[in-house]
Design a protein around this ligand. Structure first.
Ligand code: ZN
Length: 297
């Protein structure tokens, strides 16, 4: 059982069986308001968020709380078990089907259950791993909704990037319903990026402190806000070799990488290199890096 895999089994959880053998484990800590909802494992191959959620459950179960936190560490158990982004049950990407459908497929039913739980909260935080090597960043509709911007500010992760707002994502649908909701992207796919995990866990503890739910964590936080990610794609097939690191500020025309013996790839704009691929064979049109530009306040 997943429950035994990732948490100390003497911490109580609520089990909701969506289909025989497929259950959501929901951890409720504290009670009353403010109420924060933290979810991870919507994509089954993204493990860093699951680790952060597990860390939070262990930490908060030993802490006095003035408010409540609901944590769902593995939102998509079949996909987590198969280490795949989409569900092996119906092929769906869970983060395209919110608010879900109680009469639908397994993924749609899981999403419907999660949606019901999530919309009861005052804040929703959804933990993911970025496509490539990436810095921890917040993805949010921060230009569209002021309450989302204010949540992103309080969480205090240094980079807040504008989402394209693709429908069916938990944070997009919740934001549109008036609930402050964000994604936090981290490194680590099919593995746990411990460095990202510790930074994000501490930011979340800091956020809970700023709400008055816990005491004792106060990190200095001054996030910068960025526009949407501009994707850099491979100009041709070949071996991609990066020449810059994620997290670096790069200027227009500066080198990002090369396709060995074929093309030098330069940045089309000034901005923050949010993610970049490692050395690997790529095909024409494949995403190799993402750059976002800082917004003026
Ligand atoms: Zn994801």
């Amino acid at each position: 059982m997943l429950h035994h895999l990732f948490v100390n089994t003497n911490i109580e959880s609520e089990t909701i069986e969506v289909e025989k053998g497929i259950s959501l484990f929901i951890f409720r800590l504290g009670d009353g308001k403010p109420h924060v909802f933290v979810i991870s494992g919507i994509h089954g191959n993204e493990q860093t968020g699951v680790y952060v959620a597990e860390n939070l459950i262990e930490k908060l179960s030993k802490t006095e709380l003035f408010g409540s936190i609901t944590i769902v560490p593995v939102a998509n158990p079949p996909a987590f078990r198969c280490k795949s982004r989409n569900s092996p049950m119906d092929g769906l990407d869970m983060n395209r089907v919110f608010p879900g459908n109680r009469e639908g497929t397994v993924t749609e039913r899981l999403a419907a259950e999660i949606w019901e739980q999530a919309i009861q909260a005052d804040y929703i935080i959804d933990l993911h791993s970025c496509e490539e090597e990436c810095i921890p960043y917040v993805l949010a509709l921060h230009r569209e909704f002021s309450y989302v911007k204010s949540l992103a500010y309080k969480v205090g992760i240094p980079y807040v990037i504008e989402s394209t707002g693709t429908r069916g994502q938990l944070f997009v649908e919740a934001s549109r319903e008036g609930i402050p909701a964000i994604i936090i992207e981290m490194g680590g796919k099919c593995s746990v990026d411990l460095q990202s995990a510790v930074r994000v866990r501490d930011s979340l503890l800091n956020f809970l402190t700023s709400l008055g739910i816990i005491q004792g964590y106060e990190l200095e936080s001054k996030p910068e806000f960025y526009g949407r990610i501009v994707e850099i794609r491979a100009p041709t097939d070949g071996l991609f070799i990066p020449k810059s690191f994620c997290g670096s500020e790069i200027s227009e025309e500066s080198p990002i990488g090369e396709i060995k013996n074929k093309n030098n790839i330069t940045s089309p704009l000034n901005g923050l290199l949010v993610y970049i691929k490692k050395v690997m064979y790529v095909f024409k049109g494949e995403k190799i890096a993402g750059i976002a530009t800082k917004l003026k306040h």
